[in-house]
Design a protein around this ligand. Structure first.
Ligand code: ATP
Ligand code: MG
Length: 386
């Protein structure tokens, strides 16, 4: 199943373009599922009808759902987090606490599980995800990493014995919420599920992101940062969708200066993103309902199947150079001074501005010295000794 993540700054047109993409893909014969993982659901607003937590058909070959129901597991998860908070107050060392305190919440978890459920039905070729604005999307992508790190510490704590777990058992017992067995079962199930989704999201043959921008300076700048963060988390962006372009014919007279500024921004967009651009004009009214959105899909994609992988990229890759191994990460638009790379022996810590990723090294690289790390033409190369 192909997965298309739509993200971008607030209000740029993510929901509108995610739906247009879904409807356009259906016209190319795909069976499409559109999923909104933004807690401020708006598929319904854009379609002019109610969409809820149950999947509903919105057009030939297109099913939509706004995810957001909490079930038993999610409640168990709240407990886990609560316990964690308690534990951190007393026990954890500083680094672990740092990692865990940024641990993402329910929303991201629910979103990730939804993608997996769509895949599990086996009934869809394409899953279009209308994501929350970029910050939350990045938290979602960070989730599997954070969970892995958490699991390692969690089981470590368990091994260290009942001393640390006793407060947990007491708490849960006293509150009568979740018996211990269930708690651990829930946790393991959760871990497996998130691992499954990680496989889907990081598989560049299946999943790509589409960044939606408007031709305006603040939007372009933020989106450029998102582009590199997505790459850092291993997600390839295969197209940028430029929304709300003022048509040429509308840029005379009063709008002449606006037109000139827009042209500058469009050039900046073309320079900033090394992927194909698709363009959606600004309409004089809201785009609402299936037929408006189908028409928009034709305007934006023409004859191109929007579900295709529009450009191939593998943002994180390993290759050999002589007898040394090179780990390369695409970090287009990142400057040297915004980057920090460290190796712990088993993980590579890559920090880009305020985002950090811990990349678990493959067994063959564990314990190997980093010979050099350099950033050239938007590609970070970390060279491991032979
Ligand atoms: N090209 C366009 N021309 C005219 N109106 C548009 C265009 N694109 C989007 N809109 C309108 O702009 C509003 C915001 O669009 P949309 O909801 O898709 O943005 P969003 O990025 O999903 O917002 P949020 O961050 O709140 O989720 C909607 O009313 C939509 O109909
Ligand atoms: Mg939206």
């Amino acid at each position: 199943m192909r997965v298309l993540l739509h993200t971008g700054k607030g209000g740029v047109g993510k929901t509108t373009l995610a739906l247009a993409t879904a409807l356009g893909a259906a016209e190319h014969g795909h069976r499409v599922f559109v999923l909104s993982t933004d807690s401020a659901h708006s598929l319904g607003d854009a379609l002019g009808r109610r969409i809820g937590p149950r999947p509903v058909a919105i057009a030939e070959g297109v099913v939509a759902q706004e995810v957001g129901v909490l079930d038993e597991l999610d409640r168990a998860w709240s407990e886990i987090q609560e316990w964690l908070r308690q534990l951190l107050r007393d026990e954890a060392d500083e680094m672990v606490a740092d990692e865990l305190l940024v641990f993402p919440g329910m929303e991201e978890l629910v979103s990730l599980r939804a993608v997996r459920e769509v895949e599990a039905t086996g009934e869809f070729d394409v899953c279009v995800v209308d994501c929350a604005p970029t910050g939350a999307t990045l938290r979602m992508l960070r989730f599997p990493d954070a969970l892995r790190i958490f699991m390692e510490h969690f089981f470590d704590l368990e091994r260290r014995g009942a001393r640390l777990l006793r407060p947990l058992v007491k708490r849960l017992g006293a509150a009568g919420l979740v018996p211990r067995e269930e708690f651990f079962d829930a946790f393991e199930r959760l871990y497996r599920e998130v691992e499954d989704v990680r496989q889907i999201l990081l598989d560049t043959d299946r999943t790509t992101a589409r960044l939606v921008v408007n031709p305006a300076r603040v939007v372009v700048e933020e989106t450029r940062r998102s582009f590199s963060y997505l790459s850092l988390y291993g997600v390839a962006t295969d197209a940028v969708l430029v929304n709300r372009e003022l048509p040429e014919r509308a840029t005379g007279g009063y709008f002449a200066r606006w037109g000139a500024r827009q042209r500058e921004e469009l050039e900046e967009i073309a320079r900033s993103f090394p992927v194909p651009l698709f363009h959606a004009p600004l309409h004089s009214r809201e785009l609402r309902g299936v037929s408006d959105l189908q028409a928009l899909a034709r305007e934006v994609f023409g004859d191109t199947d929007p579900a295709r992988i529009l450009t191939r990229a593998r943002p994180i890759r390993l290759h050999k150079r002589g007898d040394r191994t090179v780990l390369a990460i695409d970090l287009h638009g990142v400057r040297k001074e915004e980057l920090d790379v460290r190796s712990t022996g088993s993980e590579l810590l890559v920090r880009v501005r305020d985002a950090e990723r811990r990349i678990a090294l493959p067994a063959s690289l564990v314990g190997r010295e980093v010979d050099e790390a350099h950033l050239d033409d938007g590609v970070l190369e970390v060279v491991f000794a032979a």
